[in-house]
Design a protein around this ligand. Structure first.
Ligand SMILES: Cc1cc2nc3c(=O)[nH]c(=O)nc-3n(C[C@H](O)[C@H](O)[C@H](O)COP(=O)(O)O)c2cc1C
Ligand code: SF4
Length: 438
């Protein structure tokens, strides 16, 4: 394991993670001692429209994957329409490799609760939901406990801190389906239906939960709000780049010495993150990686110095996504890794649209054939052709995301595929695992 140099250590900017190592960080006493709920007091004195403007000025962009400007989204909620408004926090976190929202909710649930109250006040919502993945039992317990603690202190419920603002916050556990992280499938699931994406338009801003105006935001997005209210937009913009402002929690996994969460200003590079994580594991050299989960095209050792912000990663041919960097070495096979991801997409496809439902089913079978040493050169064309028919033709982003590792691994690592097809690499799958591959 290598020790990071002081100039690399200086890249760490703990903002959302600043309390995580404090004893009992999840308790309201600790939270309040460390600035907790000070932003709420300040926010409740402001006009809701001014809060929306503040978030716009900060340049905060959604942390759920797409990087949509948060203040703009809040501004889409029609005011004075006489309908109930809702805030829904997307805490599903199902993207493979992504591990930033669950640790945040486990270690510092009050930062999310405080963000929810401020955001709800800004968009004039009297009811908010946190939709959390069903398997995340520990984080859900911490959240429910935080809601109770906040209620007991008068931060939630009726007439919050004497402001006249009422808010009920419900923590709802889903059943653990990746598609329920897609915001409209999430809303259907929350309403008690099977979680499948809705046709858009109309968008959730006007026809969201129970056909009412709704903001859906990621955990990290909403947890950023109290810091922006307290520190101001100019301070927030001192971190990150001009178009990708603020700090970001990067989750690192794979062949590195210390996997985990590293919060840095946006624009940090993977080279710096790997150094912060103590370097690669002994005997491993980085070969390929995802910048933002398995739905983002693979990058290689050539891209170690790409700044990890929305624009620079896009310019390098990938997507910043959920900032989940999964790091693979020269001892890992890009064909096999892609196959395992495809198994995931095939399993999680909700089945609503043909390109994703049939395309992923088909591609899994082609991969099995290749990995069992029975692939043909034609299979590579079939894969690209199938991706071409899924990307941009699927009903939601799951289908598009499934093609990312296929097309990018074929772009950078075609030789690895040929090695299976032409018999230079020993098959990884046996004939038994080949069921249905032809
Ligand atoms: C298949 C799929 C899964 C998704 N899963 C999540 C998720 O677990 N958490 C999340 O915040 N966003 C997820 N998203 C993105 C959401 O649809 C939505 O863009 C996001 O919650 C908006 O929040 P933000 O603006 O704060 O980023 C997913 C999208 C797709 C297509
Ligand atoms: S792309 Fe896949 S997950 Fe999305 S609606 Fe179509 S079948 Fe369902």
């Amino acid at each position: 394991m290598t020790t990071p140099r002081p100039e690399t250590l200086a890249k760490l900017t703990p903002v959302l993670t600043k309390r995580w190592l404090s004893p009992d960080a999840w308790r309201i006493g600790t939270y309040e001692r460390l600035d907790g709920y000070a932003a709420l007091r300040k926010a409740l004195k402001a006009h809701p429209d001014d809060l929306i403007q503040l978030i716009k000025d900060s340049g905060l962009r959604g942390r759920g994957g797409a990087g949509f400007p948060t203040g703009l989204k809040w501004g889409f909620i029609p005011q004075g329409d006489g309908k109930p408004h809702y805030l829904v926090v997307n805490a599903d976190e199902g993207e493979p490799g992504t591990c930033k929202d669950l640790p945040l909710m486990t270690h510092d649930p009050h930062s999310l609760v405080e963000g929810v109250i401020i955001a709800s006040y800004a968009i004039r919502a009297a009811r908010a939901y946190i939709y959390i993945r069903g398997e995340a039992v520990h984080a859900a317990r911490r959240l429910r406990n935080a809601v109770q603690e906040a209620q007991a202190k008068g931060y939630l419920g009726r007439n919050i801190l004497g402001s006249g603002f009422d808010l009920e916050l419900v923590v709802h556990s889903g059943a653990g389906a990746y598609i329920c992280g897609e915001e409209t499938a999430l809303l259907d699931s929350l309403e008690g239906f099977r979680g499948q994406p809705r046709l858009r338009p109309p968008f959730p801003a006007t026809h969201g939960l129970y056909a009412s105006p709704t903001v859906v935001n990621n955990v990290g997005t909403i947890a950023s709000v109290p810091y922006i209210v307290l520190g101001g937009p100019e301070w927030w913009k001192t971190m990150g780049t001009e178009k990708s402002a603020g700090p970001m929690i990067y989750s690192l996994s794979g062949r590195i010495a210390n996997p985990g969460q590293y919060e840095c200003s946006m624009g940090v590079t993977l080279r710096e993150l790997v150094e912060l994580a103590g370097g690669m594991q002994p005997g491993h050299n980085l070969r390929f990686w995802t910048p933002g989960g398995s739905s983002t095209p693979l990058l290689t050792a050539e891209h170690l110095d790409v700044p990890l912000d929305f624009e620079s990663v896009a310019a390098a041919g990938s997507i910043l996504g959920t900032t989940a960097t999964q790091i693979f070495s020269d001892q890992d096979c890009p064909v096999y890794a892609t196959y395992r991801w495809l198994e995931f997409y095939h399993h999680e496809s909700c089945g609503k649209c043909t390109p994703c439902r049939e395309g992923n089913y088909w591609m899994v079978r082609v991969y099995r054939r290749i990995l069992a040493g029975q692939g043909t050169h034609e299979d590579l064309d079939t894969l690209l052709d199938t991706c071409d028919n899924i990307l941009g033709r699927s009903f939601c982003g799951l289908g598009d995301g499934a093609t990312s590792s296929v097309t990018s691994s074929l772009k950078y690592f075609k030789q690895d595929y040929l090695d299976y097809i032409e018999g230079r690499t020993a098959p990884k799958l046996s004939d038994k695992q080949l069921v249905g591959a032809h």
